[in-house]
Ligand binder design. Structure first.
Ligand code: GRG
Length: 292
């Protein structure tokens, strides 16, 4: 399965690199854009798009622009999250954060450009398909809703404005993380499935899979923030001190256990999908056992 993942990661990396070379952006903006597009992300969300699409019979090549689009949305959220007004982070993907390298103005503009063009890429991936079960509007709406004012943006807003001295409660944590991290996982899986002309019933199962996986991914992120180091993670640690996290709520061991349970739940959701979903199961194991 390692080969499966590295082959899909290469497809996404190559597409993002080729895009960086043909953005048409002026040099001053092309440089931070290229840095962001080429930075070494794990590409978990892009791989999720492809693995779901392939599980439902679509060729990987046809899914790559949409996988790249989801990675661009993710990258734009990281750039914004790293800004002094939010996390004030120094390190991202083993390098200085984009605003430290290019200034806050160009970092913000790069994030907005990545986000804008991501929607175009999803539309393009859809337009290039025949036949098509899902109208383009429905596919795009899934993505927009996931990252909009009741999606990623909502999760971040509540996360930033939670009173860290206030009571810790699971419902608020679930609200924040299902939106901040879970929503994009669900959109990635849904887009992969929809581009593969998935039927509504398996789409629902895939969304349950992705929702639980996204939450497990975030909980492990919380754990790694207190148990790992910048060299391994390629980003700052200890950034969550002011934030409400699963580790604060349940401790490191409790959070680990919760993540394992969510991965189990995600696996159960796709039990009926048979051998075609083998890469999705392997992805869930990867999320469960990740150390970076
Ligand atoms: C522009 C969509 C958008 C949102 C703006 C700033 C913001 C609102 C949201 C922040 C969301 C955020 C950064 C969530 C954290 C998710 C997370 C666990 C990130 C780490 O993901 P990895 O480990 O990173 O997959 P790599 O670098 O491997 O891609």
């Amino acid at each position: 399965m390692t080969d499966y993942f590295s082959a899909r990661r290469t497809l996404v990396d190559d597409y993002l690199a080729s895009l960086a070379a043909r953005t048409g952006a002026p040099a001053v903006l092309a440089a931070p854009l290229a840095r962001s597009l080429a930075s070494a992300g794990k590409r978990v969300r892009g791989i999720l798009v492809i693995a779901v699409g392939e599980a439902f019979g679509c060729k990987a090549e046809k899914l790559v622009p949409a996988a790249a689009a989801i990675e661009m949305i993710h990258a734009s959220s990281l750039i914004l999250d790293d800004l002094p007004a939010m996390d004030d982070a120094l390190l991202r993907r083993g390098a200085p954060t984009l605003h430290r390298e290019f200034g806050e103005d160009l970092a913000i503009l790069s994030a907005v450009a990545l986000l804008n063009h991501s929607y175009g890429l999803v539309a393009q991936a859809h337009a290039d398909l025949t036949p098509r079960r899902w109208p383009m509007q429905q596919v795009l709406q899934r993505v927009v809703d996931a990252v909009g004012w009741d999606g990623t943006v909502a999760g971040e807003a509540v996360d930033l404005h939670m009173n860290s001295a206030g009571p810790l409660d699971f419902d608020t944590l679930e609200f924040i993380h299902s939106r901040k991290t879970g929503a994009l996982f669900v959109a990635a899986a849904a887009v992969g499935g929809m581009l593969a002309n998935i039927h509504p019933a398996p789409l629902q199962r895939i969304e349950v899979f992705a929702k639980n996986l996204g939450l497990a991914f975030q909980i492990t992120d919380d754990v790694l923030d207190v148990t790992s180091n910048p060299e391994t993670l390629g980003k700052d640690v200890g950034k969550d001190e002011q934030r409400l996290t699963f580790v604060k709520l349940a401790g490191v061991e409790g959070a680990r256990k919760l993540s394992e349970e969510l991965v189990e739940t995600s696996m159960t959701a796709i039990e009926s999908l048979g051998p075609a979903a083998k890469p999705l199961r392997a992805l869930a194991v990867m999320v469960r056992d990740r150390v970076r």
